[in-house]
Design a protein around this ligand. Structure first.
Ligand code: NAP
Length: 295
């Protein structure tokens, strides 16, 4: 049996659906039984609870031999790094208490760095915890910047006619559709395709600058002149807090943007066929355009 954390989220939902189609028995986890219900209808066993609770996760991992794990983001957290540590430790405890011997962990480009990368530093810490698990095969997928991140700036485009953020406009950034990560993770879990501790970058179809991505998106929403504006870090943090993020989370996002801009959060492998995935930003832009029109 395969246990899937974050099964109602971007990657977890597709992993659950793909594994069910492949004939696997899946236990899908999330916070809400209601949001998990569609996966139950597809044949998954579901168990709702808070991943920060080791008691819940130990129960959730019981009887499984493989697991998809992640540290869920909480934009309102007043101490997000502590939250990541709590969930990360609960995962390790649950793996140790169960028969899980193959663990996929959703990590990020930049997770080689111990600090100075905002939320990515929490993924580094979790990679380290998992590395010390004896007798467990751990595949850490260091994913690129999700295409889905642009959903957060759609209201800015709608109301102010610009796209914006703290990442430098002309910095090439590896960007990926989360569904491509899900496909790799599901295949690895289904086939148990790795041994020992493996780190694998997933860099999307190509690197894109925020200016290029904004142009592609602008053309799809009838704004061919849409511009990407880089905000000063302080203004960016203020805008995130206004949008409902905690001060702590806003500070971590600024730190992450700096890490990209200063070249500390970057691919170590370099682009290769093995870390390049199929979905183009152009293929995804229609989803963003639909979400934009629905605003
Ligand atoms: N965005 C990026 O560019 C990027 C790049 C690399 C890595 N990552 C990493 O990707 C991860 C997020 O993955 P994702 O996008 O697939 O997930 P997601 O869409 O953000 O969804 C989060 C999932 O976790 C569940 N969840 C949230 N809080 C929880 C809690 N306290 N206890 C139990 N479950 C909880 C949610 O369930 P409900 O909401 O239904 O309760 C949902 O299923 C993060 O660790 C992030 O660092 C992101």
């Amino acid at each position: 049996m395969i246990v899937v954390m974050g099964a109602t989220g971007h990657t977890g939902r597709i992993i659950t659906e793909t594994l069910l189609k492949a004939g696997e028995t899946v236990r899908a986890l999330g916070r809400s039984a209601e949001r998990l219900a569609p996966l139950q209808e597809l044949g998954a066993e579901v168990l709702a609870g808070d991943a920060g609770s080791a008691t819940y996760l130990v129960k959730a991992f019981h009887g499984a031999d493989r697991a998809y794990t992640l540290l869920p983001p909480d934009p309102q957290s007043i101490d997000f790094r502590a939250e990541q540590d709590r969930v990360g430790e609960a995962i390790v405890r649950a793996v140790k208490d169960s028969g899980v011997r193959h663990v996929v962990f959703l990590s990020s480009v930049g997770a080689d760095q111990k600090q100075g990368t905002g939320p990515i530093a929490g993924l580094h810490a979790q990679e380290e915890r998992l590395r010390h698990l004896d007798g467990t095969h751990v595949l850490s997928l260091r994913a690129a910047f999700f295409f889905e991140n642009f959903q957060a700036t759609l209201p800015l485009i709608k109301h102010q006619g610009i796209n914006g953020g703290a990442i430098a406009p002309n910095l090439p950034v590896p960007m990926i559709a989360s569904r491509d990560i899900a496909e790799v993770a599901a295949k690895a879990l289904h086939t148990r395709s790795w041994n020992g501790r493996v780190v694998h970058e997933l860099l999307g179809e190509r690197d894109l600058t925020h200016t290029e991505a904004t142009q592609i998106l602008g053309a799809r929403i009838g704004k061919p002149d849409l511009k990407y504006v880089q905000f000063p870090y302080g203004d960016y943090a203020g805008a995130l807090v206004q949008a409902g993020l905690s001060q702590d989370m806003a500070g971590l996002y600024v730190e992450m943007a700096k890490a990209f801009n200063e070249g500390r959060a970057k691919s170590l492998e370099g682009r290769r066929p093995q870390n390049t995935t199929p979905t183009r930003f152009e293929d995804f832009a229609d989803e963003l355009a639909s979400a934009y029109r629905a605003l």
